[in-house]
Design a protein around this ligand. Structure first.
Ligand code: IPE
Ligand code: IPE
Ligand code: MG
Length: 245
């Protein structure tokens, strides 16, 4: 399938709503936390596959501000898995020149997780390869409110504020907007993810549950993306006529 990819039409930024861990576990009569555990392998795969494909930015939605509503055991398991992932995968990130970044609100996260995130960010800060964002304790609306607060704190007047300036106050400042948004497990919603940045993202929803999501599914999504005609509100570009000799 990889040979069908057009290397000149790769999405610069892929964002993924990793969904369906609970259903994956339920189908196997396992507790939900086992689904999250299995989901870590899919994270590993996606990060490496995107880095190898030459994607500039990958953003994975790992934990929303709304996910705190879940049972305590599930929340602590997710935090534990994240911490373990960061410890175990550090060398892979460094090896692939991946720059790691957490996007979301730091307040409210356990101190040990914040320390682990900060150390992964520090260690990969100078990497020149793929930017890898993990959205954690993340809410698209909160991100927009935080940007507005920063604008106020900076004393930016109405004249100084346009879309570009506002974008530079978001967690993803300096990064291209997602070209491709993938959601696994079939749900047709954005669940408060990158609300500002997905204005013109192409959306690919697959029924595959996150723990089953592998490199071939990623390729499928990118191939689907490459078939799309992006218009940005304009009209279909007419095919160029060949000039007669
Ligand atoms: C995604 O899987 C993981 C997180 C939201 C942290 P879910 O846990 O939402 O799985 P489903 O949607 O219940 O199947
Ligand atoms: C979105 O999945 C959040 C993450 C993937 C982290 P959810 O499972 O929380 O979303 P809803 O509740 O189905 O909208
Ligand atoms: Mg879900």
């Amino acid at each position: 399938m990889a040979h069908r990819l057009d290397p000149l039409k790769l999405p610069a930024h892929i964002a993924i709503i990793m969904d369906g861990n609970g259903r994956w576990a339920a189908r196997r009569h396992l507790p939900r936390v086992q689904g999250h555990q299995a989901g870590v392998d899919a994270v590993r795969d996606a990060v490496e596959a995107c880095a190898r494909m030459g994607i500039s930015v990958l953003t994975l939605y790992a934990f929303s501000t709304e996910n705190w509503k879940r049972p305590q055991l599930e929340v602590t398991t997710l935090m534990r898995l994240l911490k373990r992932y960061l410890k175990q995968e550090r060398h892979t990130l460094v090896e692939h020149h991946i720059r790691f970044r957490m996007i979301g609100r730091h307040e409210g996260l356990p101190a040990d997780i914040r320390a682990e995130l900060a150390s992964a960010e520090r260690e990969t800060a100078d990497a020149a390869g793929m930017q890898f964002n993990i959205a954690l304790n993340y809410s698209g609306r909160a991100e927009i409110v935080d940007a507005a607060r920063r604008a106020v704190a900076l004393g930016l007047g109405a004249d100084a504020l346009d879309e570009q300036r506002f974008g530079s106050l978001l967690y993803t400042a300096g990064q291209p907007d997602p070209d491709l948004l993938i959601r696994t497990s079939g749900e047709m919603r954005v669940s408060n993810f990158l609300l500002w940045q997905i204005a013109y993202a192409e959306i690919h929803v697959t029924d595959v549950l996150w723990p089953d999501f592998r490199c071939r599914h990623l390729l499928e999504a990118v191939l689907d993306y490459q078939q799309r005609e992006r218009r940005y509100g304009g009209i279909k570009q007419p095919a160029r006529r060949r000039r007669s000799p």
